[in-house]
Design a protein around this ligand. Structure first.
Ligand code: NAI
Ligand code: PYR
Ligand code: MG
Length: 604
């Protein structure tokens, strides 16, 4: 459980770290002069002290006055706030992109300042650099493109990747987020434009997990696109060909994985926003060979399971009652099936019975309605959750969502369909008849317009006693008379940074189910009963760095327990094994990067 006193004393608290006067260790640079000013990793803009300007050949390349980090920070925030003021009343998309642009310009220029404002203002800025705005950015990527970020490996690079990987300027890479752009949030196939997602996810890695931004790498595998509009767009920046399939496709991913792990054997690869068939296929193919995980399948599952357990607690029932919860999952894709698989494992663990029995209370719905054994071309991944038709309340193959909700009266309705508004008024009203005194509704699809329902509609139609979560942020709902309908952001951002951080600091060989379970359990036990009673299932995004330390430590300890930890830098597996829980938390905290200007030392 989160220990506020310990964290207050740690070196990461805002009060101690914010504009601390302690002198940070030096940073070696291999360039001088204007090259440094044009490198966002090292650039300090007007913040270079005069002695450093002399040492690095910067004298005369900057206006004479030295501006402190605090002043630069305040000036940026002032510009941001005046942009907010000046764009009031303009269309939402215009404002969102204007905010993204101002942050992106800073990102391109000065990463230290960028990550500091991001960390300190995460609640305001996460919706800009992550969901929902990142979706809009991907949709408009060709027009917004100014400077490259990350690496692009295309179908035309076959046979070249092993040498291409050495074009990346950093000597060490710890964390890679990889996409092929085939299912970007709920927006479908966006081809090369999907690069915005790895960039946004890695920004969260830096902000939440303190991964050093010089050691992250966003990657786009461009194997073509089946998005006709993009293929016809003359400004489209990706390959203008249809997606590779079958052997041709997998050979590209294989080559990339070999290349990456040849140069950086310990790099962790997070697969993100792959269409379902390749999401599952690549996970099975690589998870025993490399340190890798699929965020949409596994990260989402862990966050959802923590939310489902929270929903049981919110009803004032013991956790063991999870096995009796009736859960309707809408969306039988990588995310929905990932959630069901993890929930079944949890039920089987709790009830001590086989997985088959555990599935009894779970209902799966896809675009063709209730999935039963009568389904033609039943997807093998969905097959374990297919119901016997008619066995439950006479529900037939393909029964509609509203029919299922009316008949089943579920405790939980969880959407991962990518379809905005699919939790219609009728569906939400049917949730009033739920067998739970505090039914839970999770509209987890992203971005906002793809959410299965809005927070306001959920409280309005399903009743004020519900517990609500959404993938993209919504404001809390004013229920009148001083009552608040709390909105939880049920998003994998609460886990993927800690999974990556824990695996990295353990030097884990692979990312096991046990490590993922530890992450989910850590999140599930983070909230106090008092918060849970109010319907608050996840920590505020303000505390994302705190929860990530806890999750990272839990993942690390699970890796150690399973003998998967090979150590990190000069900390060997034996030392990791001998660390107490507190020492592990301290080790994780100490290894998180925090943005401060370090003295730059030039070395040829
Ligand atoms: N909140 C979070 O942390 C996460 C949210 N997501 C969101 O989940 C959504 C789905 O992602 P994936 O599973 O990867 O996509 P997917 O494309 O693999 O699966 C979508 C599923 O929804 C079903 N579906 C489509 N229309 C439907 C309808 N009208 N009614 C019921 N089901 C319908 C499809 O048949 C398919 O089974 C996306 O919007 C994504 O943004 C995904 C991962 C994490
Ligand atoms: C959050 C996320 O990973 C998704 O919507 O795909
Ligand atoms: Mg995703």
């Amino acid at each position: 459980m989160w220990n506020a006193a310990r964290f207050a004393a740690s070196s990461l608290t805002r009060s101690t770290r914010r504009f601390s006067t302690a002198i940070p260790g030096p940073c070696i640079v291999h360039k001088r002069g204007a090259d440094i000013l044009h490198d966002p990793w090292f650039n300090k803009d007007t913040g270079f002290p005069l002695t450093e300007r002399d040492r690095l050949g910067l004298r005369g390349l900057l206006p004479p006055r030295v501006i402190s980090f605090e002043q630069q920070y305040a000036r940026f925030m002032e510009s941001y706030r005046s942009l907010e003021k000046n764009t009031k009343g303009q269309p939402e998309g215009v404002v969102a992109l204007a905010k993204w642009r101002i942050l992106n310009r800073l990102h391109d220029r000065n990463e230290t300042l960028y990550y500091r404002v991001l960390i300190d203002n995460i609640q305001d800025f996460a919706p800009v650099i992550y969901t929902p705005t990142v979706g809009l950015v991907c949709q408009n990527y060709s027009g917004l493109f100014r400077r490259p970020r990350g690496m692009y490996f295309s179908a035309k690079d076959k046979g070249e990747m092993m040498s291409m990987i050495y074009n990346w300027p950093a000597h060490q890479v710890d964390m890679i987020v990889l996409t092929d752009g085939s299912r970007i949030l709920g927006l479908g196939d966006l081809g090369v434009q999907g690069i915005g997602i790895p960039i946004g996810k890695l920004d969260m890695y830096v902000a939440a997990a303190g991964i050093n931004p010089q050691r992250i790498l966003p990657v786009m595998l461009d194997v073509g696109t089946n998005n006709q509009k993009l293929l016809e767009d003359r400004l489209y920046l990706g390959l203008r060909q249809r997606r590779l399939e079958g052997e041709e496709y997998i050979s590209i991913v294989d080559e990339f994985m070999e290349a990456v792990h040849t140069r950086w054997p310990k790099a962790i690869v997070q697969f993100e926003d792959f269409q379902m068939k390749w999401a599952f296929e690549t996970l099975q193919r690589y998870r025993k060979r490399f340190c890798t995980f699929n965020d949409d399948i596994q990260g989402t599952a862990g966050v959802a399971l923590a939310g489902l357990l929270g929903a049981v607690r919110a009803q004032g029932r013991p956790l063991a009652d999870f096995v009796k919860q009736k859960i309707v999952v809408v969306g039988a894709g990588s995310a929905g099936l990932g959630v069901l698989n993890m929930a079944v494992q949890a039920v089987a663990r709790m009830a001590g019975n086989g997985e088959a029995a555990a599935k009894y209370h779970f209902f799966l719905i896809d675009k063709d309605g209730l999935v039963t054994k009568e389904r033609k071309n039943l997807d093998p991944m969905a097959a374990p959750f297919a119901k016997d038709p008619g066995a439950i309340d006479g529900l037939r193959e393909g029964a509609s969502l509203v029919e299922v909700v009316k008949k089943v009266k579920p405790h939980v309705l969880l959407g991962l369909s990518g379809v905005g508004g699919v939790f219609s008024q009728e569906v939400l009203q049917a949730m009033r008849e739920s067998d739970s005194a505090k039914p839970a509704i999770f509209a987890m699809s992203n971005p906002t317009m793809n959410a299965e329902c809005t927070a306001e509609d959920a409280f309005k139609h399903a009743g004020e006693n519900i517990v609500f979560g959404s993938g993209s942020p919504f404001d809390n709902v004013d229920l009148g008379n001083g009552k608040v309908g709390y909105v939880n952001q049920a998003n994998n951002m609460y886990l993927f940074p800690g999974i990556g951080l824990g695996a990295l600091l353990a030097g884990a060989r692979i990312i096991s189910d046990g490590m993922l379970q530890a992450a989910s359990e850590c999140l599930a036990s983070y909230m106090t009963d008092e918060d849970i009673q109010k319907g608050i299932l996840y920590p505020s995004i303000h505390s994302i760095r705190h929860i990530t330390v806890e999750v990272g430590a839990a993942v690390l300890r699970a890796a150690v327990a399973e003998e998967l930890a090979e150590g990190h830098c000069d900390v060997g597996p034996k030392e990791l094994m001998n660390m107490s829980k507190e020492e592990t938390l301290d080790y994780v905290t100490r290894n998180m990067w925090f943005p401060v200007y370090s003295p730059l030392v030039h070395e040829k």
